[in-house]
Design a protein around this ligand. Structure first.
Ligand code: ZN
Ligand code: ZN
Length: 402
């Protein structure tokens, strides 16, 4: 049996970029180690969740790990909150939140200039209203999670994020009669929060240095926590996760993974790539299955920066040399969780390259790892197929039949 490292470069898939001579970021990147891995295994294209689906990171990671999102996905809020270390209880409603900038009653930046270190804002927004406790925790950059804990709460409410600039921030509305109390309490929370943020020292400081204030908190993705069977139960493997992204840590935690902390890992493009791979190699002694998520590729895609996406891929490539020395006993799987083309600035349903590399399996004549080269490889699969293939190549699968 072999151990497994599953390296997911978030939003890896790309489309041709004019700036890169009509190449994808992966095609344009210097990537000798990724190409060497491809030469040591089989490759193909993988459609996250299913063909043509514009998957989110949450639904795609669930599906890659063998959890049908149709059954287990209850909205992004619970996943984000879990990843920030908030312990959810049954009946809790969790939201994703964004700090945003409002000027003259209209949103002018949905990410408040990608503000950082908002802990002091979040802790001052925590409160209790009409018997409902509000837990607020900051995430990476402008992101946060808000959890409501109390009686008679419903997730049947609208988002307060209008998803566009130049619109006024919204209040929550009840989607059915039972949700009216929840909507009323949220709106009291929002009114209170707006006052606090407007006068907060943190924001005054931002304005004084010419930056955008984080004077609005927008809520979306309301949901209740799902119960899912553990990865150990499903596959008999001890699993660990290495990710600087709260959402991914949350999903892994839900499936019973140990989340490993790494010095300098931050879920941004300037994360410590070297430490992440070193931590994964060390973890092979203790764990059968290690999931790594690198977020920078997705961030660059959303920001429409092909050069930056190429840079992130090159950073990853430059540190994965040690994985090549492990191919006797380890199956290295590299893929993305969806495409985030720089030309589109968001997730698309395009398939992503995938490769399964280990010594002793057939090479499918593919020697380069990119969207086009792997299209001549073995596989045209969906994310549902990833775990069965992993189990087989790692010599862990049970025989189906006699
Ligand atoms: Zn993603
Ligand atoms: Zn994304």
């Amino acid at each position: 049996m072999k151990n497994i490292i599953l390296l997911i470069m978030d939003g890896l898939g790309d489309r041709p970029n004019q700036e890169l001579g009509n190449k994808t970021a992966l095609q344009a990147a210097r990537r000798p180690n990724l190409n060497r891995l491809a030469s040591n295994g089989t490759t193909g294209l993988m459609s996250p969740v299913s063909f043509g689906i514009r998957a989110g990171s949450d639904t795609s990671h669930l599906s890659i790990l063998g959890y049908d999102p149709i059954k287990y996905y209850t909205g992004r809020g619970p996943f984000e909150a879990l990843g920030l270390g908030i312990e959810l209880k049954s009946g809790d409603i969790a939201f994703r939140a964004n700090y945003a900038t409002v000027k003259d009653g209209k949103i002018i930046d949905r990410r408040a200039g990608r503000v950082k270190d908002t802990d002091s804002l979040s802790s001052d927004l925590e409160t209790e209203i009409d018997g409902v406790k509000f837990i607020v925790k900051s995430g990476v950059e402008h992101r946060a999670a808000v959890v409501m804990r109390g009686k008679n709460l419903s997730d049947r409410i609208t988002e307060t994020d209008p998803h566009s600039v130049n619109s006024p921030p919204e209040f929550a509305r009840a989607l059915d009669h039972d949700a009216q109390f929840t909507a009323d309490v949220i709106n009291k929370f929002l009114t209170r929060s707006r006052k606090i943020l407007e006068n907060h020292e943190f924001n005054k400081k931002l304005i004084s240095i010419g930056k955008l204030p984080a004077n609005e908190i927008m809520l979306r993705g309301a949901g209740k926590i799902p119960e899912i069977p553990s990865f150990k139960e499903k596959y008999g493997m001890n699993a660990a996760c290495i990710s600087g992204t709260p959402l991914i840590r949350g999903i892994a935690g839900l499936a019973g993974f140990t989340n490993i902390r790494v010095e300098g890992m931050n879920g941004r493009v300037d994360t410590n790539y070297k430490n992440i791979i070193s931590a994964a190699v060390s973890a092979l002694d203790k764990y059968d299955f290690i999931l790594i998520n690198i977020k920078g590729t997705d961030i660059a895609g959303h920001d429409r920066k092909p050069e930056l996406k190429k840079y992130v891929i090159e950073q990853v490539d430059s540190v994965i040399g040690p994985l090549l020395e492990r191919l006797d006993n380890t199956l290295i799987v590299v893929t993305g969780d969806h495409s985030t083309p720089c030309s589109y600035g968001d997730h698309t349903g395009d398939p992503v390259p995938v490769m399964f590399a280990t010594n002793g399996i057939i090479n499918d004549n593919v020697r380069c790892f990119d969207e086009l080269s792997v299209s001549t490889g073995y596989y045209k699969i969906t994310s549902n197929d990833i775990m069965p293939i992993i189990m087989s190549y790692s010599d862990r699968a049970e025989k189906y039949g006699a």
